[in-house]
Write a protein that binds this ligand. Structure first.
Ligand SMILES: Nc1ncnc2c1ncn2[C@@H]1O[C@H](COP(=O)(O)OP(=O)(O)O)[C@@H](O)[C@H]1O
Ligand SMILES: [Mg+2]
Length: 434
C-alpha cells in the first residue's frame, strides 16, 4: 500500500557546516492487512521516516509510493496518531474529532455522525462536549485515535502512541486497539506503528522492522508468527522479545527473519482422520463381536466390504481416540473402546467427550476460545483460518467438518450452519461435561 524506495534524509547542520544524514538507503513496504512495527532507539529517525511516508516532509533522495502513485505532498491514504495527542485545547472532543473532516469540506451533519461513531469506537461515548483539559491522558489519546479513525485512512500511522501514558493506562489502551484490530472493527486496512518498546512491537505487530542508528537504516525484519492476540504468556512471545532485545543491544549482529524459537505444535496442525462418529461407533460395535474384541484388519475390511483406504481413516480415528490399538495386522479394542461399543448412547457420548478432551488437543483449544468469549460463541471462520495455516484450504475445510461432527456428538459445542458460528451448549444441557 505504501512503498519506500531507497530513501535518504539529510538535515543541514547549523551555521552552514554541511549536512548530516538521518536516514540512509531505506526500503520499506506497508502491506494491506498487516500491522507493521518500526522499532528503533530514540533518535534513529523513526519519526522522520513516518513524516516522509505521510508526505509531511520530502525525502532528500528516493521515492515514496502510496497505492501505486508517487507521493507528492500530504499522503491522502494515511492519518496519524501522535505521542503528544496534539489536541486543540479550545475545541471540545467532538470538535477536535471533526477537525480533519472539516478540512476536507465534509458537510456538517455527516461530520457529526462520523465523529460520534469514532468517539463511540474509542469508548468516549458521553464525553463529546468535554474539553481536553477535563480529560485524563488516556482519554486524551482516545481522542487522538478517534480523530484519526474518523478519516478512515487506508493506513493508520501511530508514532509512539502509548509512550506518554502511565504503564497501566498504556496497557489498557494498547489492548483495546489490538482488540479492535483482531475483531475487524478497525477502520484501517493496515497499521504502521513506530515504537522503541520491544514488547509493544511484538504484542501488536505481524512484522517488526528494526531500524539501526546513525544514520537510521533498516537492519532487517522479524516476523511475529503468533496467533492473535499475541499472548505474553506464550513461550514464543518471550523468545521473540529476547531475540529482538539481543538485536537492539548488539548493533553488529545480523537480523534473520526466521527466529529459532521453541515452537509448541499448534493443535490445529495435527490432522484429524476423516471419519464420522457414526462410522467409528459402527466399527467398534462390529469389532467387539469378535473374541477378545480382536480381529485382523484384512478380515475386518472384507466383512465390512470396505476398501482398506476407506477403513483406515476410521481405524485411525478409533486409535487416536484411545478406543482401539493396532499391532501388526491386528486391531484390538481397548477397555474404553469395548465400553463405548457396549454402552448406552448417553454414556457413549460421555466417553467420547472424555476421550476427545484427553487425547485430541484441538478440542481443548476450541473450547478455551469459546469459553473466553462473553457470548460463549465464535465465528466458524476464525477456526477455519487456524486450520488454513496448516493445510490446503480444501483439507482445512474437511478438518473443520470432522471436528464439528465429533464435537457436536460429544456435545462439546454446537454449530449453527446458517450463522456459521460455534456455540458452547447451555450449562444445564452438558451437566455431565468433564
Ligand atoms: N527538522 C529537523 N532538523 C534537523 N534535525 C532533525 C530534524 N528532525 C529530526 N532531526 C534529527 O534527526 C534525528 C532523528 O530524529 P527522529 O526522527 O525524531 O528520531 P526518533 O523518532 O527515532 O526518535 C535526530 O537526531 C533529530 O535531532
Ligand atoms: Mg520519534
Amino acid at each position: 500500500m505504501i512503498k519506500v524506495e531507497n530513501v535518504y534524509k539529510r538535515f543541514p547542520l547549523p551555521e552552514g557546516k554541511g549536512e548530516f544524514t538521518v536516514l540512509s538507503q531505506i526500503d520499506l513496504e506497508v502491506r494491506a492487512g498487516e500491522v507493521l512495527a518500526l522499532l528503533g532507539r530514540s533518535g534513529s529517525g523513526k519519526s522522520t521516516l513516518l513524516r516522509i511516508m505521510a508526505g509531511l516532509i520530502p525525502p532528500s533522495q528516493g521515492q515514496v509510493w502510496s497505492n501505486g502513485r508517487p507521493l507528492r505532498g500530504p499522503n491522502p491514504d494515511v492519518a496519524m496518531v501522535f505521542q503528544s495527542f496534539a489536541l486543540l485545547p479550545w475545541l471540545t472532543v467532538q470538535e477536535n474529532v471533526e477537525l480533519g473532516l472539516k478540512a476536507q469540506g465534509i458537510p456538517r451533519e455527516i461530520r457529526r455522525q462520523k465523529a460520534l461513531k469514532a468517539i463511540d469506537l474509542v469508548g468516549l461515548d458521553g464525553f463529546e462536549n468535554a474539553y481536553p483539559k477535563e480529560l485524563s491522558g488516556g482519554m486524551k489519546q482516545r481522542v487522538g485515535f478517534a480523530r484519526a479513525f474518523v478519516l478512515e485512512p487506508k493506513v493508520l500511522f501511530m508514532d509512539e502512541p502509548f509512550s506518554a501514558l502511565d504503564v497501566l493506562t498504556a496497557e489498557n489502551l494498547r489492548g483495546e486497539i489490538d482488540e479492535l484490530w483482531n475483531t475487524h472493527a478497525f477502520p484501517s486496512q493496515s497499521i504502521l506503528i513506530v515504537t522503541h518498546n520491544i514488547e509493544e512491537a511484538v504484542f501488536l505487530a505481524d512484522r517488526v522492522v528494526i531500524l539501526g542508528s546513525k544514520p537510521g537504516r533498516i537492519r532487517g525484519e522479524v516476523k511475529i508468527d503468533l496467533p492473535r492476540p499475541h499472548e505474553r504468556t506464550d513461550p514464543r512471545f518471550k523468545s521473540l522479545v529476547d531475540y529482538i532485545y539481543e538485536i537492539m543491544t548488539n548493533p553488529e549482529i545480523p537480523v534473520t527473519s526466521e527466529v529459532a524459537v521453541p515452537r509448541a505444535p499448534s493443535p490445529y496442525a495435527l490432522p484429524l482422520p476423516h471419519a464420522r462418529v457414526g462410522g467409528i461407533s459402527g466399527l467398534l460395535e462390529l469389532i467387539v463381536e469378535w473374541p477378545q474384541a480382536r480381529v485382523e484388519i484384512a478380515e475386518l475390511a472384507e466383512r465390512l466390504q470396505l476398501a482398506v483406504d476407506d477403513l483406515l481413516p476410521i481405524l485411525d480415528a478409533a486409535v487416536l481416540l484411545g478406543f482401539a490399538e493396532v499391532t501388526g495386522r491386528v486391531v484390538q479394542l481397548t477397555e474404553i473402546g469395548q465400553d463405548f461399543a457396549n454402552t448406552t448412547i448417553l454414556r457413549s457420548k460421555d466417553l467420547f467427550r472424555q476421550q476427545l478432551l484427553a487425547r485430541v488437543p484441538v478440542f481443548r483449544s476450541i473450547l478455551q476460545t469459546l469459553e473466553e468469549k462473553n457470548s460463549r460463541s465464535m465465528r466458524a471462520d476464525f477456526f477455519l483460518d487456524l486450520w488454513d495455516e496448516h493445510f490446503p484450504h480444501e483439507e482445512a475445510e474437511r478438518q473443520f467438518a470432522t471436528a464439528i461432527d465429533w464435537g457436536r456428538y460429544a456435545e462439546l459445542f454446537e454449530y449453527d450452519a446458517s450463522e456459521d458460528r460455534l456455540y458452547l451448549p447451555e450449562p444445564s444441557e452438558s451437566s455431565s461435561a468433564q
